[in-house]
Write a new protein. Sequence first.
Length: 489
Amino acid sequence: MKKKFLSNLILLLFLNLLIKPFWIFGIDRTVQNIVGAEEYGFYYMLFNFSFLFNILLDFGITNFNNRNIAQNNHLLNKHFSSIVIIKLLLAVVYTVVTFSVGLIIGFSLKQLELLGFLCFNQFLLSFILYLRSNISGLLMFRTDSFLSVLDRILMIIICGLLIWGNVTSFSFKIEWFVYAQTTAYLLTAIIALILVMFKASFRRLKWNWPFFVMILKQSFPFAILTLLMTFYNRIDSVMIERLLPAPKGEYEVGIYASAYRLLDAFNMIAYLFSVLLLPIFSNMIKRKENVVQLVKLAFTLLFIVSATVAIGSHFYSFELMELMYHDHVEESSAVFRLLMFGFIAISSTYVFGTLLTANGSLKTLNIVAASGMVLNLLINLMLVPRLLAVGSAYASLFAQYTTAVIQLIVAARLFKFKVDYRYLLTLAIFLAGLVFLNVFSKQIFENWMYNFMVMVFAAILLAMVLKLLNIKGLIEILKTKENTLEGSS
């Protein structure tokens, strides 16, 4: 399983690192610079608001389905035709609830109009993720890897034409950005649907009330977990906009969005680990295989990346924000420093939280996520009125580390992980070494980019010297032959 994880991780990372950085830094960043912090903040708040009730679109079906299909491939044909109907019904419920809450908290007509398109986009994205859960559940990781970047490729083409293609004489509008997403998601959903219909030998949709009740009952714990995690991950921008008077609220949301963009970019890397780990962990647990070595491998790789990124971002926060934006650089860098420290905790969650999900420890995960949500809300209420976007960054940081530590402890007890003090000491030495490397690197050249590259290269060497990163060992894993269940793609 380590070979399967590594080989598919390399492909997944290659495709995503090829496409998504250009989307984030070439398209998304350019759009914000064109429309300005206030207008982008208007969109970003609504975008995150549309995420809050996203669980009603899915009800935990995607996570349940991924784990279920990975353990029981033969159920794809039986479940697919009925789940599609359930997804369509849930889309209606989601739209009604989202618009009702928007009206209750006083959204304007302009906000509601854009929210309508964002709700449709959320449905398409949720449907794509469900379709991909079938593909990854069959362990068709190569196919899933290409689908994971298809929507971004289409968005880059559409937005690139609108921004640089001289196809219109009008200045770029934030609404166009949303319409481009709609088109890209729709095309991706159609392609993914055709692939899954072929694999499921699909003939027609089937309405089965007992099956509907059974699926919702089994996926309900996944639904609660997703809802709670969505709230403490996405509530920040909504809290800022609601707690601060206009137009200050939208401006501060724009600041927060600027700082969050790089975290979002690196978060995608950590998320890709969980995409591979969930079906693999589920399969290993069903076969009663030992997961310790795979957990250690995944955590170590993510720790090297997340610690290097987090500490490097702290020391080079102003330079990175100045590189990306024209305005509000100092304000964005203050928020950015705090948010990026949370990346280490987020990365840990993508390993240990995924392991607990694969194990079916949903009650525990829900309690942990609820604690994180309450902590996030309370700190936001206390700090945002005084510290603005910085206060929300503190709230996010505390919530992420609280949930990450608890998940690690629970996973260690459930799977009887032994404490490896030598390994923990090595991690601590690596962290201390990163701080030294960053301080030292800032003194080398006048051009900060050269210094930053020296720091990253030195961090990789340090990881190799400490044997956290064993290139020879990774190559040996890739060379080994495994007899494991594997879907073709």
